[in-house]
Design a protein around this ligand. Sequence first.
Ligand code: SF4
Length: 292
Amino acid sequence: LGTDEWKRCFSVLDGIGIRKAAILGGEPTIVPGIERIVGFILKETRIDLSIVTNSTANMEVLENLVAVGLKRYSTSVDSVIGEGYDSYSSVKSNKAILALIRVKALGIESLTGYLVLNKKSISQVPQVVETLNSLGVWTYVIPFHHGPHDFWENRSQTDMNAFTEEDTDRIADLSQQLLKMKADGIKIANGVSYLEQMRTYAVGLNWHCFDSTSEIRIDADGTLMCCNDIRGKHSSAYSVFDLAESGGLEKFQDERSKDAINCPGCYWPSHYHAAEARISAIAGGGTWSDAR
Ligand code: SF4
């Protein structure tokens, strides 16, 4: 979408009650007009915004984003001792640490490192968390491995980075370690129940979202997606602008569930946390929209 269409997109989201959004990619900081889009969202809507980048942005873009009011910055950090889970992740991680230090100096206080957890990265996780914490940065642990040919739809259980049953004890140990670190005040953004359930779902990535997730994924052309992993035959027939119509969100959620129902699962923390928030809003007498 172009700049004006993105502005319209975020006006639609604001209108249907969305209060938190993250712009991610690909790489959002190379989108022409990103500063104008971010400035619009922060000034003209009620949406609390973060940007998720791979830290390849040049400093001028980051300075411009801070100048228009950006307060939250997230980036991928998979390793701090040289060897990432692949060669690209090492390069990204080194750049990310430098970017986090620079962005903090610009005045952004809400900083998060997205840490991919898989068979290759597991041994480094506590060290990455400690390092980020020492910089005042939250860690968000994301269990993930690719599908065939690096494709993100239908992950492969035979991928070399996928956890297997033999990793269960290591995952359980890591889960305990992260829970203790979190209890000790170390900045870990995942919720307690998510960390507790990691031993159950990290092998096989077979947690399942609700029929109607609280999270809406919008592709670069405004098409709605089933979720991070799945474009979805039913979901992708909708665009974000359809949500502006009366009952549009509910119609989309119904169609999305037809795509989700056939999925073998995942352990995306954002979907897990959204489901948890929704459950607690409903249990506390709230409405579905309270959990959006
Ligand atoms: S379980 Fe839900 S959120 Fe996870 S990959 Fe499947 S459809 Fe997407």
